[in-house]
Design a protein around this ligand. Sequence first.
Ligand code: B12
Length: 214
Amino acid sequence: MVNIYQELREAVTKIDTDKLSELKEKVLKTPNIDVDKLVESIRSGLEEVGVKFESGEYYLAELILIGTEVSEAVQKWKPLFEKRETGKKMKKAVIGTVEGDIHDIGKNIVGMMLASSGFEVVDLGNDVTPENFVQAVRKNKPAIVGMSALLSTTRDNIKRTIDALKENRLRENVKIIVGGAAVDEDFAKAAGADGFATNAADAVPLVKDLLGGI
Ligand code: B12
């Protein structure tokens, strides 16, 4: 039997917007939705869309269409993420997609996961300059700074941002985590981050670990 996660993955991969609209509602009505499986189905569906875009099977207009649809779906499903709430409020996390990069679906999911684990999340949005990260860290004094980069042309802005935090003597007070399709463990280490996670589900244990099990 085809389950809702497979249906969702297929609708994303085929850019079937009618089916996706139907599934947006169905997900909310389905009892005991597994949020991690939900995220994985859209992530892997979009990954395949990316491959088809690269090979010329899909055009930019289709990439924009599915990007918008999935962003809307994720916002609509926000209550599902909030259900994971563990109770007590924890520390602050400042997150954003780095300068030059407007991909924000993954970063938004990471933000919701952190919020649902009790973090107060300050989301700076996308195309965030190193200066804006510096200002936000100075103002909010977060425990965690999270940066996302999906383009190979923008990932170096992670290092620029970390360097800017160092120059402003803000680096030692925060733990920095990074993620997104353009980044891996080795890159994270070389850029001077404290941690890397391949997906949003892993981001939560990662930050808890970095903050000493909080
Ligand atoms: C949707 C999409 C778009 C949408 C974005 C809409 C939006 N609101 O985000 C639009 C249409 C705008 C877009 C534009 C472009 N895109 Co695009 N896009 C994608 C696509 C298909 C999916 C990305 C996505 O949302 N994935 C789903 C989410 C859930 O997964 P994720 O982002 O990886 O996030 C997960 C993890 O990585 C992790 N994570 C993410 N961030 C963080 C942060 C932290 C701190 C942590 C711990 C974890 C973490 O957790 C998340 C959840 O599990 C990818 C394909 C791919 N393989 O990624 C291409 C892709 C990223 N795009 C690509 C390109 C080339 C472009 C354009 C340059 C196209 C063009 N010619 O204009 C522009 C660039 C615009 C810009 N300046 O940023 C390339 C990049 C190639 C490269 N190596 O640089 C890709 C890989 C497609 C491809 N194969 O060619 N794109």
